[in-house]
Each structure stands twice: as structure tokens, then as C-alpha cells.
Unconditional design. Structure first.
Length: 159
């Protein structure tokens, strides 16, 4: 089985992230923004490093077989915390593993609940709906999102 690493953004070559972040299949599930290049990737990475330093937050590059395949993290979302997962298409199968790691981090930080916002391009995820205390629709930057409120509890409860 392939080992998945979660590395701080400053431990990964930013140029290796550009093709991952610019992949069409990835961008189709994100709010529209200009493609990344050698210039605009720098402030974006700096913003992720700043977020990583905030209490209750952790943002990492996902690395498999020595190459970045995406990023994930716990980020602020108003007065709450959001789980974010962005993975290149060829690695979408690792999503459940990444989700379990994010939930473990949230538990480590003592979060009682986190939010996951999925763009309208994503299908409904029944496992998230079953797990969620609330599922709602919202709009941001002219796009529709489904938001799942996910409880974080002790490892013994299995949630």
C-alpha cells in the first residue's frame, strides 16, 4: 500500500504543486480563480502557511510516492472550522483516508464539529449526509454549495 505523507507547504517545492492545482478535474470542483503560475503560487502558499499557524488549524500538502497529489486541512470558517480536501483526479481514491486523518486532527484540536462545503459540481455524498448533524445549501461568489456539519467525537464512539 502506498504511504501518504502530510507535509507542511514550506517542505514541498511550490513548482510541483502548480500542475496539481491547475488540473482541469480539480478546478472543475473549485470556485473559479486564475490558474496558478510561478508568481501567484507564492502568496497562495504563504496564506496556507499563515492558516497553518492559527490555533485549531492544520493545512498540509498530500504527498504520495514522493510527489504532491493535493492538499488538505482544517481552516477557519467564520467562527467555525472547515475541512478542505483537494486531490488530483488520479488520486481521488485516497479521499476516505484523508478524511479520516482530518477528523483525527480535528479531534486532537478538541473541535466538537466541523463543516465541509462542497461545490454544486460534487455529487451528494450519502456517507456525509448520514454522518452530518445538518446538511444545508448556501451560495458564495455566485456558486451553490452543499454544507455538511460533521460532529467530531472521541475515537471510541467511532464518529
Amino acid at each position: 500500500m502506498t504511504k501518504i505523507l502530510y507535509l507542511p507547504f514550506d517542505e514541498v517545492d511550490s513548482l510541483e504543486l502548480i500542475p496539481v492545482l491547475n488540473e482541469h478535474a480539480v478546478r472543475s470542483h473549485l470556485v473559479a480563480h486564475p490558474p496558478f503560475d510561478e508568481t501567484n503560487i507564492v502568496p497562495w502558499i504563504e496564506s496556507k502557511l499563515e492558516c497553518d499557524r492559527l490555533p485549531g488549524c492544520r493545512v498540509r500538502v498530500i504527498v504520495m510516492d514522493g510527489a504532491p497529489v493535493g492538499w488538505c486541512g482544517i481552516q477557519p470558517d467564520g467562527d467555525e472550522f472547515e475541512l478542505a480536501v483537494v486531490i488530483r483526479q488520479q488520486s481521488w481514491g485516497i479521499g476516505p483516508s484523508v478524511f479520516r486523518v482530518l477528523r483525527a486532527w480535528a479531534r486532537e484540536f478538541g473541535h466538537e464539529e466541523v463543516v465541509i462545503h462542497l461545490l454544486e459540481t460534487r455529487p451528494e455524498y450519502r456517507f456525509l449526509t448520514r454522518m452530518a448533524t445538518k446538511v444545508s445549501q448556501s451560495s458564495l461568489l455566485g456558486r451553490a454549495f452543499t454544507s455538511y456539519r460533521i460532529p467530531i467525537s472521541s475515537p471510541a464512539s467511532g464518529v
